[in-house]
Design a binder for this molecule. Structure first.
Ligand SMILES: [Zn+2]
Length: 409
């Protein structure tokens, strides 16, 4: 067999993208699976797989299945073959990390975040922090795969740009991808936090559920959808933005988006806090609301229940349109448990057709602080190893190994 470094693997490795993609996406996890899925001959599959194994991109392990019997040789992407940089911009902090291909954290750091600093200064500080993370990861994980960012705001995914109005004032239409690519020359992805939390929930907790809805109820309200195992974004990335669906009534409250009667203005953390403050409680955020609910303050519980029913109204419309088999409710207000969930369940079961609710589960998300950050990592892996992109990835991998790349094909 050809060994890495003598050059004979290079052309084989460069044509091994399809095999790598099948392994990375979980479509095949054994040699037999590769033969079946690729439609290639046994000789070709073996050659290409050997090139990937020799390059250290794929590893083979012996595993005994729970059912017992002979150990089976399983194929997986080698988690230590490279690293990626991810960051989640939150309300007050930016969490940045270098992760391997598991994804698991290799090194991490946080920066304070002030919206008023603006995008240029913030991106420059993030780039400095990324540089330190590269220095931490590079000695053990030689190949730098790419960058993925989570932003707390609507993002036009195809263009990687913020589309306001949003909490990130002054970020409208800033070329975030361009700025980072200029400095790091790797693929860069930018996505909103709710879609990434949805992706993390799917990949980490419900990998077998191909059609699910994730609803984040915190200071604001948003949702993400997985359809056929992929994030459903719509044309501009605005799909799932349920917080500003309006229902009008005589007393429709003013929303922070400037319209009247939005779901957010009736049921988000900031709206419940507003109503509690009017009743004399000291409340300004979703956390304050949950604090009062946990102290069993009857008025806070009553308002959270009412919010659950309001959200249930809009969620039932979404269920009728996309027919998920699972709804996961997360965000700060989800800590209110059944006080929130019962209203959502009540409305969904009342309003949707039996076919849509027969096998529908509605559950609370396990609170995971880092789900947007890990979602960013899953997003990057999904895109880099996608069939259409994987050849580009292999090409960059070869360039990162000067001994192989210098030899003629
Ligand atoms: Zn609104």
């Amino acid at each position: 067999m050809a060994r890495a470094g003598d050059g004979r693997d290079w052309p084989t490795l460069e044509s091994a993208g399809g095999i790598l993609s099948l392994i990375a996406t979980g479509a095949a996890s054994s040699r037999a699976g590769l033969l079946r899925q690729s439609g290639l001959s046994r000789v070709t599959v073996t050659q290409r797989l050997n090139a990937l194994l020799t390059a250290g991109l794929v590893r083979e392990t012996e595993e005994t299945l729970p059912s017992g019997g002979r150990p089976t040789r399983m194929l997986a992407v080698n988690a230590a073959a490279g690293f990626m940089l991810v960051a989640n911009i939150g309300e007050t902090h930016i969490h940045l990390a270098a992760m391997d291909l598991t994804p698991a954290v290799i090194a991490q750091t946080t920066l304070p975040f002030v919206v008023a600093s603006g995008p240029e200064a913030t991106l420059a500080r993030m780039a400095e922090a990324f540089q330190s993370l590269i220095e931490a990861a590079l000695p053990t994980h030689r190949f730098f795969l790419g960058i993925s960012l989570s932003l707390p705001t609507p993002v036009d995914f195809k263009r990687g740009r913020v589309v306001g109005p949003s909490v990130l004032r002054d970020w409208d239409d800033v070329d975030i991808i361009g700025r980072l690519r200029e400095r790091f020359a790797v693929p860069v992805y930018v996505e909103n936090d709710v879609n990434l939390m949805t992706l993390c929930e799917y990949r980490r907790n419900f990998p077998d559920t191909e059609d699910m809805l994730f609803v984040k109820i915190g200071t604001g309200i948003g949702s993400g959808m997985i359809s056929g195992g992929r994030i459903f974004r719509g044309a501009q990335g605005a799909a799932g933005d349920i917080g500003h669906i309006q229902f009008l009534s005589d007393d429709a409250p003013l929303c922070r988006c400037g319209k009247f009667g939005c779901v957010e203005a009736r049921a988000a953390g900031w709206a419940i806090a507003r109503d509690l403050a009017r009743r004399g409680f000291s409340a300004g955020t979703a956390r304050d609301v949950i604090g009062l609910v946990e102290q069993r303050e009857p008025e806070a519980i009553m308002l959270l229940r009412a919010a659950g029913r309001t959200i249930g109204e809009v969620v039932s419309d979404v269920v009728s349109i996309i027919n998920p088999s699972l709804i996961v409710v997360g965000g700060t207000l989800a800590r209110g448990g059944d006080f929130l969930l019962s209203g959502i369940r009540e409305l969904v079961y009342q309003r949707c057709l039996p076919l849509a609710t027969r096998d529908l589960s509605i559950v609370l998300s396990a609170a995971e602080e880092d789900s947007a950050l890990f979602g960013a990592a899953y997003l990057l892996l999904e895109n880099l190893f996608a069939p259409a992109e994987v050849d580009r990835l292999l090409h960059r991998f070869l360039l990162s190994r000067p001994v192989l790349a210098a030899l003629p094909g």
